[in-house]
Design a protein. Sequence first.
Length: 427
Amino acid sequence: MKIVDYRVTPIAFGDPPLRAAFGLHAPYALRTIVEVVSDDGLTGVSETHGGSAVVADLLAVRDLVVGRDPFQLAALEHTLYGSVPQTGNVATPWEGKLHSFPRTFGAIEVACLDLIGKALGRPVCDLLGGRVRDRVPFSAYLFYKHAGAGGEWGFECDPAAHGWAAARQAEALSAEALVEQAQAMVTAFGFKSLKLKGGVLPPEEEVRTVRLLRAAFGPDVPLRIDPNAAWSLETSVRWANELEGLLEYYEDPVAGKENMAALAQRISIPLATNMCCVSFADLPATIRLGSVQIILGDHHFWGGLRASVELARICRTWGLGLSMHSNSHLGISLSAMTHLAAAIPNLTYACDTHYPWQSEEIIVGGKLEFVDGALPVPTGPGLGVELDRTALQHLHEQHLRSGLDYRDDEREMQKIEPGWRYRVPQW
Ligand SMILES: [Mg+2]
């Protein structure tokens, strides 16, 4: 089999005004769709980060992809390595401005695995060693937010919405409002664990939110908070004392491997990261320092699905837990995440996903459905999803109209709060 065509399409889809330490989500989230077409007429697809640098990286390697056998992924990876400039760590808020080899290869690898799976009539998880679970649990990802559902509605609300659609657009800038959001999301999707995106309100209000969530959902629902390094070391220690016994893990309260290691010495809550360890190059120092107990993998920036399986083995070797990180995404990414999680025995935490926050889709049949907080592992060939070409065209035109060329939450925040700055630490 030979790859005879390779297409890279930037898209934008409506995204609610969610808050994080970095600022505010723009009305549209950016992603990129990659397609590889074989000489026998099959097409493999993948979804990755958006932004002009992401697209530039993917287009820059076009001649290295076209003409190759999609099965020969090791050779492709070896050839691509070094062909994309390395200008930084992709797990920053400005990911779409940075160039990245693992992200570029990962996007192409997933599309090739989808193509191979379609050619063989086997699901992608079978190409990773087969499934160890038939359903993959995800967590409710809770955000402080402004009113509105994003997209063309922006900060406006649809008064006819009800259920989760109403909660999705409701303002949530207090502990009480966040608990209401959590109840609506859990009712709609059945999630069995909760993750709070922190680093937005003063720490005392966020810790109060955790306490209210614990009171509302009881002792058996795992809780996490992720302040995205907005807290100083002393702030992280102080509030850890209040959070003791309430959290499954404490995700990136403070910035950097050294600070996380210092925090780990002073508290007993397990620490997790998708900020201070985001590549294989970060692993030796992370392990040596003892910065975290849990790594949140993400095939979009760790270099694809096979690399993520390798990460899982390293985590098992060194006694580290493994969870999964998410950015705003659609169903192609969700399917890839689900196949990956199905194939990794030691991925024992519910995975993150932003998926409930998005209403648009790019796959035939519309949005994938969670059952009791989990996604059944797709059984069809490849990723088990099919690209909806009408939706692809619509979301591409939406990207052109959006005027956005990379994610910049600080810029969006300044539109509603002039002078607001992203600072580490904020508290
Ligand atoms: Mg995180």
